[in-house]
Design a protein around this ligand. Structure first.
Ligand SMILES: [Zn+2]
Length: 121
């Protein structure tokens, strides 16, 4: 059901493992892996992730914005998602402020939504 995606590691085909050797019997070649589940949505394994970052990491940081001065943890950006169990053994999702120690309830959907945060950006 889920579609196979190509690993984006620039050297994936050069890592000579048995599972990468594909093609007709007399014409097998080492090929980029295809997977339905990829690390970070893009890579077949950590080696390919590291290959990509070694080659493109600096370009990517420059493209998306290099940090030029330190950021500071403040009440406005100290919210972290966490979870705990209540007395009925149900999972309870919360946002906890690392400075004020205030806790606010989260739904499971908010906990899982990587874009949802109480932090000011
Ligand atoms: Zn790969």
């Amino acid at each position: 059901m889920s579609e196979l995606k190509l690993c984006q590691g620039p050297s994936c085909h050069q890592h000579q493992t048995k599972d990468r050797l594909k093609g007709p019997k007399d014409n097998k070649t080492y090929q980029t892996r295809r997977r339905s589940n990829l690390h970070y949505g893009e890579f077949c394994d950590n080696r390919c992730y590291n290959d990509w970052f070694s080659r493109y990491g600096t370009q990517a940081v420059n493209h998306f914005g290099r940090l030029t001065e330190p950021k500071h943890l403040t009440e406005e950006n100290a919210w972290q998602k966490t979870y705990d169990w209540n007395s009925n053994d149900d999972t309870v999702y919360i946002s906890r402020n690392g400075i004020t120690k205030e806790e606010r309830p989260l739904t499971r959907e908010q906990y899982r939504d990587t874009n949802y945060t109480l932090n000011e950006r």
